[in-house]
Each structure stands twice: as C-alpha cells, then as structure tokens.
Design a protein. Structure first.
Lengths: 464, 301
C-alpha cells in the first residue's frame, strides 16, 4: 500500500482503518490512561481509606472542641451575655451551669444507656487542661446538683438544690467565686479550638482570648521541641561526617571489594531495630563492653611524680571503675544509637551519587595543576552535593519522628516529641494535645518530604 | 599496599589515616551486632561479659568454655529446665514468633500485590497526578510511625479492628506498600514499551504479554520489595503497641517488653536468630540483584 493512500482530503494522516491518526493516537492514549487508572484504583482506595482517613481524623482531633460544647451549651450562651468579665457573673450564669449539668446527667444513648456521667467526666478533664482544678470542681458540683429529694411523693422527684444557685454553689466550693475559672470558659466556648496547638508550644489563652505565654513552671514542651530539633540536627551532622569518607572509599574501590564492604553497611540496615538497641545496651551500659575495654586498656598510673614546674604532684591517670562513663539511658545514648541506626540512610544516597562521578574529572583537574586536595574540594565535592542533600534530608526526616530508640535508651534527657505524643496518647489521655503535637510534627516532615521530592525526586529513592 | 614511587610520606600517612577512619566507621556499624552473638550463649543471667566467660586463660594456659551454654535458646523455645533459675519459663516467645510470621506473611502478600499494581499504574507517564499519587504511595514510609499508629488506633477503634489480627495485617500492609512501589518502579525504569508492542503484533493478548514479557522483568523487583515489606512487618513494634491486643503478642512486642521490664539474655538468643535471619535475607537480595542485572543485560563494573 502506498503512503499517499493514507492521507484524507484535509491532508490528515490516516491509519489503515481509515481513522485519522491523531484521533487514533488520542484514543489509544486514553485507553492506556484508563488502564493505568484501573490498576491504581485498588491500592489508591486502600491507602486513602486505611491510611489517609485515620491520619485525617487524628488531625481533626487537634482542633475539635465539640465534646465540651455538648455538655455546657447554656453556659456558653450565657458567657456571651456576661458583660464585665472582671467580675463574677450573675445568677443566670450559675443557673445555666446547673441546668447544663442536670440535662447532661440524664443524657442517654440510642440504647437507653446513660452516657451523661461519662460525658461530664470527659468535660471536666477537658476543662482542667484550660485551668487546673476544673475537673474536681465540676464533679463535686455534679454530685450536689443532681441530688434528688427521695422523700418527695411526686413521680419525678425534685432536686434538693433550688434556685437561686449562686450563693449555694460558692458555699459548696469557694472556687465558684473565683473569676479566673469563669474567664477560662472563654477558651472553650467555640466548637473549634486552637488551644491544643497553643498548649503544644507552651502558650495559652487568657480571659480575653489573647494568646499569652504559660507560667514558667508549666513550660515543658518548648524544651522538648528544641531537643527534638537538636537531636535530629546532631544525628544528621554526625551521620554526614561519618558517611562521606566511607561513601568515597566505597565509590572509588573496585566493585568487588566495595560490594564486600557494602555488606557492613547493609547488615545493620537489615537487622531488627530492637536487636540493634539491645546490642548497644550491651556495648554502652555501665558494665558494658566499651567501658570494660576502657578500664582494661587505658594505661593506669597512680602515684607521686616530680613534674617540672609543678613539683611533687599526686598524679591519678587511672580510668578505674568509678570513671566509667554513663552512655546509656541519656542524651549521649540517644545520639550514639540513632547515628548508627541512621548511618546507612546517609551512606547509600551519597554512595550512589559518587558512583556516577567519573574518576577522570579528578585526574583532569590534577593534570591542570590542582593539588589533590584542591581537586577534591573544587571538582569532586560539588558533584557529590545531590547525594549529600538527599542523605541529609532523609536522615533528618526519619530522625525527627523517632520514637522507639529514645524511648528505650533515652532515659529522661533523651526523650523527643514522638515520645510525648505517645505519652499523651497512652498515659495522660489528652488526645487533643497528642493530635496537635502530631500535626506539628507531621507538617514539618511533609515540608521536608516535599523539598526532597523537588530536589531529588522520590522516584530516585533507593534502598539496598 | 603498593604506592607509586613519587608518593610523599605525608600522602602515605594521610592514606592510612583515612583508611583507618573508614575501617572504624564500618566497625561502628557492625560491631554491636557481632557482640550479641557470643553473649547469647552465656550461662549467667547477666547481659554482660563476666569473668567466667573468658575463653582463654593465660594463667593456666588453657581453653575454658564453662561460661557458655544454650540455656537461653532453650528458654526462647519454651523448653524449661530444672535450673531455669530466676526467670519464669514462658512460651510467649514462640507465640510471638508465630504471630509475627503470620502477620508478616499476609501483610507481605497484600503489600506486594497492591504495590505492584500501583507501580504498574504509575509507570504510565501520561497518567494525570502521577507525581502526587507516587508521593502518596510512598508517604507511609515517611510519616512518623507514632503518628500513623495514633491515627490508626482511633480509626480502628471505630471500625472494631483494634486488637484483631486483620487490623495488624492491614496496618503492616500499608507500611509495606512503599517498599514494593519503589523497587518495582526501579525495575520498570529501564523497561522498553516496544517489547509489549512487539508482543501485541505477534498476537499476544495483553494478559499474556504481561505474564510473558513484563512479569519476568519485574519479578526481581517484586521479590526484593516483598522482602523489604516482610522485614518491616516482622520488625514493627509501634503499631503493635497501639493497635494490637494481648492476643497479638508479636516477637518485637515481646522483645520490647523484655527490654523495658525483665531484661534477660533470652533477648540475645532471639537477637542472634534475627541477625542470622537478616544475613540470609541480605544474601537472597544480593543474588536477586545480580540476577536482575543479568536479565536486563547490565553487567556489573
């Protein structure tokens, strides 16, 4: 068939079926797109439902304040009407609190089970985050406000407490007469709150919803954030310092030798993290291998010597049992273990970039009169920068969210923000705060992830 | 080491310093793993080298293996001896190993299937939002585990998956997907689509083409991704701590509580087995890599 017969009247190329080539191509492109989409459908849905949704719902907890709004609707309505916020509110506000308590106390779920008491307890806990003492105050008041007159003959037995409530409540607990408690309601009245985020960075709302710093003795999280940053940066720097020379060696050695040495890099990468932590415990503890070795190897000299300038001096150069260095269950332990754990993440990207740098460049530079050092700094190093960037971002991303290592070897001064997220989740049960800290951590990680994608491209991520 | 005749002493010194430094770094990487192995054969209850464990005595000029035995391996297997001593004999380790293996096998299977599908779909460059979807697929590897675990805890509580085996398998599948996506994408990188077209012109159906042409080429990628997924699941503890219940006691969970509470050399026995296990996996992976290079015609340098 001649080519000319495949052109229609408008001069468009036709396929053998007589369809314009352009359309045919478009159609086949569309078909491949649909096929790719169908292939992607299952994994994408799975990830969206089982991964993105859970994280989204966790994040929504960080701003969610509806639980308290369900319990105290009338109180918050009265709060809006409260004019002079430096004075104790009037009787209406006190009555609103009692009404809210009573109506919540009777609340039932669809199966007729009472959930009100549980809700009140949760509300008390939530209120304590804003101003300490709220929980005990609220629960004490719940008891008095919901007491019924058992001797009454009416079908719905009346409450023993009757209006006006203001004086009775203050008499029951002096705290109702303190304006600070009432003022703290302002931070809770909206269904959405930034309170958890403020709490996570040691700030809080005052009575007028201005953001102020927490009292000095209540500030705990700022140090944790700073330490997280410090640990991550230190680990990244140490990893870089250790990884760069090794990567260079691996990249310049013949393939056979470097593959053999690569096993040393990949072995820890493939070994269970917990195994590595146990191994470091044996190495670094007080009676560990490192300290034992130091004690037995270091020269021991003790006694009087006649030194020039100093005269007779009692010299103690012994590294004895008392001198054993504490390296485990503290900051040092966290740094050492994390550096070892994350070192392969630094070596692998730098190595793969260095492998691609032709050795002839260095030779050419030296041929042109550069010293080996100068050739290395001016010619080799700039070309290895992509590897350094990739390694540093990767190590930093992984380090910043670390939980297991600091938890097991960090002691008190090695804990990071991940440990506090876990603590709020499991021990204090302040889930809003845990979610807020997690959200801040996650956004830091995602920004770095985005930077990594822009600079290096995630599809260049290599393992092993 | 032979140096050219023009090498200055300073260069020689620099060369040896550099090599020593590199040697020390590599030693830093593997030393802790090696220390675990001899100590796991201790007869004592301490996690440290005690004087009885000196193999060679210079005083009597003789070998001595009295400090060694397989006591902690028996403990690991749940075989109780009369002189078990201070530790309580428990079959928790074996249960843990079984649970871990069960979860890891299922999670690896699902992660391999889903990850391969995703990588195949993403290999189409014309796919809209290609980059974004890729970023999403890899994100479980990037998002801090503690956040994933916390999120899943709340979500699984709503859908009654907390403290169930399916819940853990789902969670571990998600952690495994990125590894499979990355390795399969890498193995697809050099793939020539003309091969599929050639197959089609020769009358092969798309499925047949895939099975006969594409599948053998991406197989090493799938398998190495699966190995990564397996080891990730087998080693995972944070999600198990949050989402798992007492019925799903895994090996890492048991090691975790061992490290935190009643630390005994049983952990070292488990660790030794895991180290050997990882060496085996590493060897397999290396063999796969060589095979992949051979298939794709890339010769090692």
């Amino acid at each position: 068939m001649s080519v000319s017969s495949n052109i229609d009247s408008k001069g468009q190329l036709l396929t053998n079926d007589g369809v314009p080539l352009k359309e045919s191509l478009k159609k086949s492109l569309r078909r491949t797109k649909i096929r790719s989409f169908l292939l992607l459908l299952a994994p994408l849905l799975f990830l969206l439902i089982m991964f993105v949704t859970p994280i989204g719902s966790l994040l929504s907890r960080s701003v969610d304040d509806t639980s308290i709004n369900v319990v105290l609707p009338q109180t918050f309505a009265q709060y809006e009407l409260w004019e002079d916020k430096s004075q104790i509110p009037s009787e209406e506000m006190f009555a609103a609190v009692i009404n809210d308590i009573r109506s919540t106390h009777k609340m039932e779920n669809s199966e007729g089970k009472n959930i009100g008491k549980n809700l009140l307890g949760k509300a008390g806990t939530r209120m304590t985050y804003e101003y300490s003492g709220w929980r005990s105050l609220l629960l004490k008041t719940v008891k008095s406000a919901t007491k019924v007159n058992k001797r009454s003959k009416e079908e719905v037995k009346p409450y023993t407490w009757e209006a006006p409530y203001k004086e009775k409540m203050i008499k029951r607990d002096k705290r109702w007469g303190k304006v600070e408690f009432w003022q703290s309601l302002g931070a809770m009245k909206d269904p959405y709150t930034m309170g958890y985020y403020l709490n996570a960075v040691d700030l809080r709302y005052d009575a007028n919803k201005n953001i102020i710093e927490k009292k000095e003795h209540l500030k705990i999280y700022k140090t944790i954030w700073m330490r997280t940053l410090q640990v991550s940066l230190m680990v990244t720097i140490f990893c870089l310092l250790l990884a760069y020379p090794v990567s260079y060696l691996l990249a310049t050695l013949p393939m056979r030798t470097s593959n053999l040495l690569m096993i040393c890099v990949l072995m820890p990468f493939w070994t269970s993290l917990l195994v590595r932590i146990v191994a470091w415990m044996i190495m670094l503890q007080q009676n560990g291998v490192v300290n034992d070795t130091l004690v037995s190897i270091l020269p021991c000299f003790e006694g009087m010597v006649n030194l020039p300038f100093f005269g007779e001096t009692n010299l103690d150069l012994c590294f004895s049992d008392e001198d054993r260095i504490p390296m485990m269950y503290n900051f040092t332990g966290t740094i050492i273990v994390m550096t070892q754990v994350l070192l392969p993440f630094m070596i692998l990207p730098i190595y793969s970039v260095m492998r691609g740098i032709p050795p002839s460049y260095m030779k050419a530079a030296q041929n042109l009169g550069a010293t080996p050092t100068r050739a290395f700094i001016r010619v080799y190093m700039p070309q290895s920068v992509p590897g350094i960037g990739a390694g540093c971002i990767l190590v930093f991303i992984v380090a910043i969210g670390y939980y297991i290592t600091p938890e097991l070897v960090g002691g008190k001064d090695g804990l990071m923000i991940g440990n506090f997220v876990a603590r709020e989740m499991q021990q204090t049960l302040n889930w809003g705060l845990a979610a807020a800290m997690g959200a801040i951590l996650l956004s830091a990680v995602l920004i770095l992830y985005w930077a990594y994608d822009r600079l290096i491209g995630i599809d260049n991520l290599k393992m092993g | 080491m032979k140096f050219p005749s023009y090498t200055t002493p300073r260069e020689k010194l620099w060369f040896y310093t550099y090599r020593t430094f590199c040697g020390l770094v590599l030693f830093f990487l593997v030393a802790p793993l090696i220390v675990v192995i001899p100590l796991s054969f201790t007869n004592s209850v301490f996690l440290q080298f005690i004087p009885e464990m000196k193999i060679f005595s210079f005083d009597t000029w003789s070998f001595n293996f009295d400090g060694y035995g397989t006591r902690w391996y028996k403990e690991l297997l749940g075989i109780c001896t009369a002189n078990s001593g201070t530790t309580v004999c428990t079959d928790r380790w074996m249960i843990g190993i079984k649970n871990s293996a069960l979860i890891a096998v299922f999670a690896t299977f699902f992660a391999s299937v889903l990850g391969t599908l995703a990588a195949l779909g993403l290999s189409n460059r014309h796919m809209p939002f290609n980059r974004l979807i890729m970023a999403l697929m890899i994100s479980p590897m990037i998002v801090p585990l503690i956040i994933t675990a916390a999120g899943m805890f709340f979500f699984f509580a709503k859908v009654n998956l907390v403290a169930t085996l399916p819940g853990l398998i789902i969670a571990h599948t998600i952690l495994g997907i990125p590894f499979v996506v990355i390795t399969v994408t890498a193995s697809l990188a050099g793939f020539d689509n003309n091969l599929l077209r050639a197959g089609a012109t020769l009358g092969g159906s798309p499925l047949r083409n895939f099975l006969k042409i594409q599948a053998p080429l991406i197989a090493p990628g799938v398998i190495s991704g699966a190995l990564f997924a397996f080891i990730t699941s087998f080693d995972e503890v944070v999600i198990v701590l949050f989402v798992g219940g007492p019925e799903q006691y895994t090996l890492p969970r048991q090691m975790w509580s061992g490290i935190r509470n009643e630390i005994s050399p049983t952990i070292l026995a488990a660790a030794t087995i895991l180290v050997i296990f990882s060496i085996l996996l590493l060897t397999t992976l290396e063999m796969l890599r060589r095979r992949a290079e051979k298939i794709r015609g890339i010769t090692p340098h």
